[in-house]
Structure formats: structure tokens, C-alpha cells
Ligand binder design. Structure first.
Ligand SMILES: Cc1ncc(COP(=O)(O)O)c(C=O)c1O
Length: 505
């Protein structure tokens, strides 16, 4: 393919994407294909000679699009947002177009340099303590990882390196293997699965401690766990605090947990994967009070900051522990600029690096900080609006509302809410997922797409009500709620019985 054909192909692809966004609201969010569907539609072997790009693009529409889950649809309310914006898409295109891999400063100076500046911009936007920034006097700095999972894992490896070094310095008779076998990490039972995975990958036992009724880990629980483990001869090493849990966007209190970590010499990593973007707005910064006690902090611009996946911003108070953990030199990696700019390959798992900073730069230049604040506030407002709708209907219970995420359930047995979610999912018009809060089954409603408006929330609510009406008929609503309140529960059989009574009327 020559440059002229690329121009044609590229323009057609951009048009295709623009058309996609103009029609996305009308598409069912969930695809109707079955596992293995694509295998039947594709030839068993690749083509021997090249085909026309027009045929390829047609096949995207014919066989790929039917298998796409429309994450950017205004009716996508599952998980957390995975950001998309046109400036970011263009940055991805340019990054692919340059085709550079930043394995050292000289491998593409603009890559490292832009990353340094972008991490400082982001750090200042969040008002992170200066000690974390690349421009600070100290050894701190920021780096773009691929995901929050990587950041949590990288933090764990750095914590391990530090703990082993510190203990061997204090007690030279201890062996590295002896120490490593006793290390232990902590987080809450509300943590993302990636936290537990970091423990598995890093061969460190991870205790997921119980939370209070609000999904927060209390200082007493952490201190108790540390005390018990120390008594048992284990060595507390790493703690992951949540600022915005996955199930309900709950916030651990860093002001209470931080001093414990600092006193016990436990590395404090903060996972603010989703909610970190909100700290750009001054009204939410109180939720990260105590962050100066953290050893590392991470949030995902690829979740809520309109930067396409993947882009995860991580700061470390003392980057030397990372560099010491990951520094493997080879003659082919040496360059004469050593020490004048960060060699980010020592801050991450892989050697090669993508030009992710370009996406942050494009998004910040084109939206501006005010544009991002507006986006966050708008989505928080929509979640509040949804919560108000839930609260208006006494068949429902609003279980949480934090940032752009609400969770709710039908009053009564968990089975009733499970059925409700099944009915909603069967229609494929919106995508919601379940969560657990205080051992109860809840449905999460996250405002994800930047395209979601109040009319989309109204649409969601109408669909939820339609499904709920089949389970808890409105005509008998009052009676059922009275029974539920008296019995402290409403079981599904009661509802079915009620429905049949209604039919015979
Ligand atoms: C709180 C939290 N931490 C970590 C993650 C994992 O993010 P990533 O996909 O960037 O690894 C998620 C994903 O939703 C999350 O909600």
C-alpha cells in the first residue's frame, strides 16, 4: 500500500468511525452473536495475495461490527467508563503512524520528554504533592503505564525490593529468600481483581480485609491484621488503598490508613483508577487527603479523562526503588544521555513503550482542563439524576451513589434483583452488571459514555421500570411493599403469586 492508497483508506476509515458515532445511540448495546460466530465467517487460511482495502472495510462492517459491544454507546452502563474522544483517537493514529518504540531516550526523545511534561501537567491538575512530580527536587516522578493492573503490580515489586534491601541492611545475616517468603500484602475485599492478581504475579500473599458498611477499609481492621501477621512472624510489605472501589466507588480514608503504613514501613499504593480523574475538580480533592503519605499513586486517564485505552498515570515518591527493581542493562541499550532524562524502561515491565503521552497532550489541548472538569461534573450529575429516579419508586432501594456510579436493587430477595438484571440484559438495549454490597446483590449503573445525556438516563429508567413491572406489578406495589416491610423480605414467589392474582382480576 502506498501513501496515496493510505490516504484513501485512512479517510474512508475515519468516515466509517464518524458515521459509527452518529448512529451509535440507535444500536443495541450488546451484540446478538454466539461464541464461535466469527470462525464460520472467516476463511480457514489467510489470503495468499493481497486484497483491496475496500473489501476489508466492507468486511469490518459485515462481520466485525455485529460482534462489537458498543462501549461508547450512551446506553452502556457496565463496569466503569473506558474513555474515548476524537482528539485521542487522532493521537493514537499519529502514534501508530510514527511507529516509534521508546525503549530509551534516544529511541525517540519526544516520547520521553512529552511523557515527563504530561505527567507533571496531570500531577498539577490533581494537585498531587510536589514530591511525586518529575519536576520536583526529590527522587519522585511520574510514568505512564498501560493499566492500573500494571501499576499495582509494579508498585508491589518496588515495595518488595525496598523491603528486602532495608531488612538485609539492618540484619545482614538474613537471606533474600527467607525474607521474600514471609512478605505479606493487604487491601480490602472491595478491591479490583487486579489487586489480588498483583499478589499472585508477585508471589506475595495478599490479604483482602473486610470493609465497613460503606465499602471502606477502616484503620482498626488494617492495624489488627498487621499486628496478627507480625505476631505470626510474617513481614507486612504492601498495602493497596482504594480511592473509588469497583463495586460502589467507595473511598478509603488515607488520612487514617496512611500513618499506619508509614509507621509500619508498609508501602502505600493508592489505586484511584476510575475516580482519580475527579480530583481535577477541587470539590472532590478532600477525598484524597493524606495522599502525601503514599509511596505510589495511580489513576487511569483511560477511564474517565477522555483518553483512549491504554493510558494509566502512575507516580512514585522515590523512583529509585522501581529503577533498582527493574534495571537490566545491555550494551545495545546504552546511550550517552544517561541521567539527563528518565529511562522509562526501568519503570515498567516491558522494554518497548508506546507513545501514550501524545493522547494526553491532544486531549488536554483540545478539551482544556475546564472541558475535563465539565465532563466529570456532568457525569456525576447524571448519576445523581438516576439515583433520584430510583428513590422515587418505593419498590426500589438505592444502595449507593458515588461519582458517576449508582447501585440499586429491588426490595426483597436477591433473586428478585437477579431476575431484573436478566430481563434488562435479555433486551440488549443497555448493558448493566451486578455487584455485591454488604452481601446483597445490587445492580450497578455507571455513567460511562461521554455521549450519555439525561434523555438516555430516562430511557434506561423506563426500560428498568418495564422489566420491574413484570416482577413487581405496580398495581400491587403498595401491598407488596407493605408485606415486604412487615416480613423484612419480599420473595420472588410472593411476586409471582401477586402477578397471577392481578391477571385474574
Ligand atoms: C478500582 C479499579 N482498579 C483497577 C482496575 C483495573 O484497571 P485496568 O484495566 O487499567 O488494569 C479497575 C478497572 O475497572 C478499577 O475499577
Amino acid at each position: 500500500m502506498d501513501a496515496d492508497q493510505f490516504r484513501e483508506f485512512g479517510r474512508a476509515a475515519v468516515d466509517y468511525i464518524a458515521d459509527y458515532y452518529e448512529t451509535i445511540r440507535d444500536r443495541p448495546v450488546l451484540p446478538s452473536v454466539q461464541p464461535g460466530y466469527l470462525d464460520d465467517l472467516l476463511p480457514k487460511d489467510p489470503p495468499q495475495s493481497g486484497e483491496s482495502w475496500r473489501d476489508v472495510l466492507q468486511d469490518v462492517d459485515r462481520i466485525i461490527m455485529p460482534g462489537i459491544t458498543h462501549w461508547q454507546s450512551p446506553n452502556f452502563h457496565a463496569y466503569y467508563p473506558t474513555a474515548q474522544s476524537f482528539p485521542s483517537v487522532v493521537a493514537e493514529l499519529m502514534s501508530a503512524g510514527f511507529g516509534v518504540v521508546g525503549l530509551s531516550w534516544i529511541a525517540s526523545p519526544a516520547m520521553t520528554e512529552l511523557e515527563v511534561v504530561m505527567m507533571n501537567w496531570l500531577g498539577r491538575m490533581l494537585e498531587l504533592p510536589e514530591q511525586f512530580l518529575n519536576c520536583s527536587e526529590g527522587p519522585g516522578g511520574g510514568v505512564i503505564q498501560g493499566s492500573a493492573s500494571e501499576a499495582t503490580y509494579v508498585g508491589l515489586l518496588a515495595a518488595k525490593e525496598k523491603k528486602v534491601k532495608d531488612l538485609i541492611t539492618e540484619n545482614p545475616q538474613l537471606s533474600e529468600a527467607e525474607i521474600k517468603g514471609k512478605l505479606i500484602a493487604y487491601s480490602s475485599d472491595q478491591s479490583n481483581s487486579s489487586v489480588e492478581k498483583a499478589g499472585l504475579l508477585g508471589s506475595m500473599k495478599m490479604r483482602l480485609l473486610p470493609t465497613n458498611g460503606q465499602g471502606q477499609l477502616t484503620a482498626d481492621t488494617l492495624q489488627e491484621a498487621i499486628n496478627k501477621d507480625k505476631e505470626a512472624g510474617l513481614i507486612p510489605c504492601y498495602f493497596v488503598a482504594n480511592l473509588g472501589t469497583t463495586p460502589t466507588c467507595a473511598f478509603d480514608n488515607l488520612e487514617e490508613l496512611g500513618p499506619i503504613c508509614n509507621r509500619e514501613e508498609v508501602w502505600l499504593h493508592v489505586d484511584a483508577a476510575y475516580a482519580g480523574t475527579a480530583f481535577i475538580c477541587p470539590e472532590y480533592r478532600h477525598l484524597m487527603k493524606g495522599v502525601e503519605m503514599a509511596d505510589s499513586f495511580n489513576f487511569n486517564p483511560h477511564k474517565w479523562m477522555l483518553v483512549n485505552f491504554d493510558c494509566s498515570a502512575m507516580w512514585i515518591r522515590d523512583a529509585k526503588y522501581l529503577v533498582e527493581a527493574f534495571n537490566v542493562e545491555r550494551i545495545y541499550l546504552k546511550d550517552q544521555h544517561k541521567g539527563l532524562a528518565p529511562e522509562y524502561r526501568h519503570w515498567q515491565i516491558s522494554l518497548g513503550r508506546r507513545f501514550r503521552a501524545l493522547k494526553i497532550w491532544f486531549v488536554l489541548r483540545i478539551y482544556g482542563v475546564e472541558g475535563i472538569k465539565k465532563h466529570v461534573r456532568n457525569q456525576v450529575g447524571l448519576a445523581k439524576y438516576f439515583s433520584a429516579l430510583v428513590e422515587k419508586d418505593s419498590r426500589f432501594e438505592l444502595c449507593s451513589c458515588s461519582m458517576g456510579l449508582a447501585s440499586f436493587r429491588l426490595k426483597g430477595d436477591n433473586a428478585l434483583t437477579e431476575k431484573l438484571l436478566q430481563k434488562i440484559s435479555d433486551k440488549k438495549n443497555q448493558f448493566l452488571i451486578a455487584g455485591h454490597l454488604n452481601h446483597r446483590y445490587v445492580i450497578r449503573y455507571a455513567i460511562c459514555s461521554r455521549l450519555t445525556e439525561q434523555r438516555d438516563v430516562d430511557y434506561s429508567w423506563r426500560e428498568i421500570l418495564e422489566a420491574a413491572d413484570e416482577l413487581v406489578p405496580r398495581a400491587n406495589k403498595k401491598l407488596i411493599i407493605e408485606v415486604a416491610e412487615k416480613q423484612g423480605l419480599l420473595n420472588i414467589e410472593t411476586c409471582k403469586a401477586d402477578k397471577s392474582v392481578e391477571k385474574t382480576k
